[in-house]
Write a protein that binds this ligand. Structure first.
Ligand SMILES: C[S@@+](CC[C@H](N)C(=O)[O-])C[C@H]1O[C@@H](n2cnc3c(N)ncnc32)[C@H](O)[C@@H]1O
Length: 258
């Protein structure tokens, strides 16, 4: 899948992206709170820090962290998504500078940030070890020495045991979203069809609009990602379960060498 493929998928989804959550505002606050705890523990600092969210989308984690007082910059390969992130932040009185950028080529100075976040299964949009290595090197470069990397992915160790073919429907108001997963023959990559069912606005209860977006993912295991992160020059890689972190996905944290 090319860079443009993911960008197009999320460009088309940006206006509706909050529908993948029952209550996007509540999720934003909750995710910001759990990531804030991980950042404080990871850096051993109880103060606002500078954060790059390099796959910020419409800003779920970036806005959540800004709400906790951090100085957040957002970037994402989807220009439409970062545009909405900036608008959503502005509406809440928060400062969130944004840029449209591929996480493999981050347009920020070296050692600019205390923390780089790449959350909610964004990294698995990269389909090869080479692409993941390139992205991790770009994140390493933008982090100061002694900085913190924070990556969350779907729980692929568990997922690879059953290779599910659908997700449960999410209801937001009357809108319904769910995913259908098509596994490749290699058993490690899958194409997602994201269905959005939206009621027609004309009052006709039988009228629904259906939108489908497609993207491809690499189901990389926690050991595989830990290995790639270590090779990219990060120390102390550690996975945090949802039970321990309060974040809805497993989170990998690692430090750059001081
Ligand atoms: C599941 S969304 C999560 C977005 C955001 N973190 C959130 O939770 O609202 C995955 C994001 O990864 C972004 N993405 C995919 N490939 C990317 C790349 N190569 N560089 C930067 N962002 C990318 C997509 O545009 C999308 O916004």
């Amino acid at each position: 899948v090319s860079r443009n493929h993911a960008a197009r998928f999320y460009d088309q989804l940006a206006d509706d992206y909050h529908l993948v959550y029952a209550d996007w505002d509540a999720s934003t606050a909750r995710q910001g709170e759990s990531l804030n705890r991980l950042i404080r523990a990871g850096l051993g600092a109880d103060r606002p820090v500078s954060v790059l969210d390099c796959s910020c989308g419409i800003g779920t984690q970036a806005i959540g962290l800004a709400l906790r007082g951090h100085h957040v910059t957002g970037s994402d390969i989807s220009p439409v998504a970062v545009g909405r992130a900036a608008r959503e932040a502005g509406r809440r009185g928060l400062r969130l500078p944004v840029a449209a950028a591929d996480m493999r080529r981050l347009p920020f100075g070296a050692a600019r940030f205390d923390v780089v976040v790449c959350a909610d299964n964004s990294l698995p949009h990269l389909l090869t070890e080479t692409d993941v290595r390139t992205a991790l090197a770009a994140m390493r470069r933008t982090l100061r020495d002694g900085g913190l990397l924070v990556i969350s992915t779907r729980p692929y160790d568990e997922i690879l045991r059953s290779r599910p073919v659908t997700t449960l429907p999410q209801l937001t108001g009357r809108a319904i979203t769910f995913q259908v997963w098509h596994w490749h023959d290699d058993g490690r990559h899958y194409d997602v069809e994201l269905f959005r069912l939206l009621p027609e606005d004309d009052g006709n209860a039988d009228g629904w609009r259906v939108r489908v977006g497609r993207a491809t993912y690499w189901a990389l295991t926690q050991d595989e990602l830990t290995g790639l992160v270590s090779e990219a020059g990060f120390a102390e890689p550690a996975w945090h379960t949802p039970e321990s972190s309060g974040f809805f996905q497993p989170v990998l944290t690692a430090r750059t060498y001081a």
